[in-house]
Design a protein around this ligand. Structure first.
Ligand code: PEP
Ligand code: MG
Length: 503
């Protein structure tokens, strides 16, 4: 009886989804195309279909999911054997609507958001791969009980320009579903069911903030130039080709960090060469000749994809990650390099390698790169001969070796998130250590200074692509050190430009 009830409830929920889809389709594509959702709903009201499923649950004592699928197969076979084209086409529909019911039964929600309207997502914590796979068009803000501001989930939220709160005291036991709430990430507060006065105050604050953003818009098309004429490149960090529009909207001079691993995190298996090629090509073409620096796979530590089958580790941040995986699994690395070089024929692509600790690694990488280029040449596949190769400086070893490393590469990009973590020996994911995780620590700033000096001494440019790049309290210091580029989340580009122009 319980199982039958569960099935009936799932049908009701599926019908509600179909009503919403019908309304949306009606508004967007007209009645003719919206009708399909009505047809699906009628199937869920068909007595033969419903009774078959319920009878199967009761007599065969099987679960609802199985009964729905078995009945769907039976009905689909009947439709498929009919003479009329129209009826034969219904075989797909009965499978389609049954899959919807099964998804509801199994609690599977498309894009991770069980709502037709945009919502605030509350969670205990969110991994980067969970965040990547969510349907962003339905998210207004993230609120989590755990998490750290330097985690990739927080970085992703920033790159999407979504407010997020971490380490909130909220109880997930409370049923907050459907309530109205305000996420005030400036003051780190979540206000559930605000009263009229609070709502008015917050709406005023929002208006003021939007006004400030509008003022920043006036800086579009202007140079990132200090009053005494020093120009800095201000680029944007992205995680996917879908972020491209935000880069263009914010007038970034290029892309300083494309975290390619998010393509891997968003997929259920290794992304193919073709899939990667398409993503890189779209970005390269979209940027119309402006520099696009794509970082090779930086998976491991907090960024896990099941299909890599990485072993559990005692110390994942110091473990098998990033370039170490690529050098150990050259087939995976080569697939990505082929895709990158193929895309280089369509724009201004540079390639950057993460987590470097030694000159030998760079030599090994360059050998593999040459192999890939030779393969492409042999296959007559076009690619650019001018792809710049750079490395991330995000380990103390790389800082110490920066003089030697600079002789082997075209540029350095300083990853201050990891550089802070490894310099201070503080896990960037550990929420209890936030007060000690200090990117302004003199050891970190001196490492940046040393990297810039050694880069310039050897004639290469040096940028910052970690979160510290958008910290405008340090912009002047970075310029004094001689920084050439700052790569920041798209929404921070104009803020950094404003600061540079004041200096
Ligand atoms: C960094 O470490 O600063 C960086 C830019 O890379 P990620 O945050 O992806 O580790
Ligand atoms: Mg890093």
């Amino acid at each position: 009886e319980e199982e039958v009830k569960r099935f009936q409830a799932a049908c009701e929920k599926a019908k509600k989804q179909l009503d919403n889809l019908y309304d949306k389709a009606l508004a967007n594509v007209g009645e003719e195309h919206a009708m399909i959702f009505e047809v699906h709903k009628l199937m869920l009201e068909d007595l033969d279909y419903l009774e078959d499923i319920e009878k199967m649950i009761q007599e065969d004592k099987i679960n609802a999911e199985y009964a729905v699928q078995a009945t769907a197969d039976k009905f689909a076979a009947v439709f498929a054997s009919m003479d009329s084209d129209y009826m034969r086409a219904r075989a797909t529909d009965v499978q389609d609507v049954s899959k919807r019911v099964i998804r509801v039964l199994a609690g599977i929600v498309e894009g991770g958001i069980d709502s037709e309207d945009p919502v605030i997502v509350l969670a205990d914590d969110l991994t980067p791969s969970e965040t990547v796979q969510m349907d962003k068009s339905k998210i207004l803000a993230f609120v989590t009980q755990h998490g750290s501001s330097n985690s990739h989930t927080a970085i992703l939220a920033r790159s999407m320009n979504l407010p997020s709160l971490i380490q909130t005291q909220l109880s997930l036991e409370d049923d907050l579903d459907g309530h109205m709430a305000i996420v005030d990430s400036f003051h780190n507060q979540l206000i559930v069911d605000p009263d009229e006065a609070t709502l008015a105050t917050m709406q005023d604050a929002l208006k003021k903030w939007r006004h400030e953003l509008e003022l920043l818009q006036e800086l579009k098309g202007k140079e990132n130039e200090t009053t005494d004429g020093r120009k800095i490149n201000v680029y944007a960090n992205i995680g996917n080709s879908s972020d491209l529009q935000k880069v263009l909207d914010n007038d970034a001079g290029g892309i300083g960090l494309f975290r390619s691993e998010f393509i891997y995190l968003g997929s259920k298996d290794y992304p193919t060469e073709e899939e990667q090629f398409t993503a890189y090509r779209v970005v390269a073409e979209g940027m119309k000749g402006k520099k696009v620096i794509i970082r090779t796979l930086d998976i491991g530590a907090d960024k896990q994809a099941d299909y890599f089958k990485l072993a559990q580790e005692e110390n994942p941040a110091m473990g098998f990650r990033a370039i170490r995986i690529c050098l150990e699994r050259p087939a995976v690395f080569k697939t990505q390099l082929r895709a990158l070089y193929r895309a280089s024929a369509f724009g201004n692509i540079s390639i950057m390698f993460p987590m470097i600790i030694s000159v030998q690694e760079v030599l090994d990488i360059k050998k593999i790169v040459e192999e890939v280029k030779a393969e492409l040449r042999a296959e007559n596949i076009p690619f650019s001969e001018d792809v710049e190769l750079g490395i991330m400086i995000e380990t103390p070893a790389a800082v110490m070796m920066s003089d030697e490393l600079a002789k082997e590469v075209d540029f350095f990009s300083i990853g201050t998130n990891d550089l802070t973590q490894y310099t201070l020996a503080i896990d960037r994911q550990n929420q209890n250590l936030e007060r000690f995780y200090d990117s302004h620590h003199p050891a970190v700033l001196r490492s940046i200074q040393k990297t810039i000096e050694n880069g310039h001494k050897n004639g290469i440019w040096v940028g910052i692509c970690g979160e510290l790049g958008s910290d405008t309290t340090l912009t002047k210091e970075f310029i004094d050190m001689g920084i050439d580029e700052l790569s920041v989340s798209p929404s921070a580009v104009l803020k950094v430009r404003k600061r540079i122009r004041e200096i």
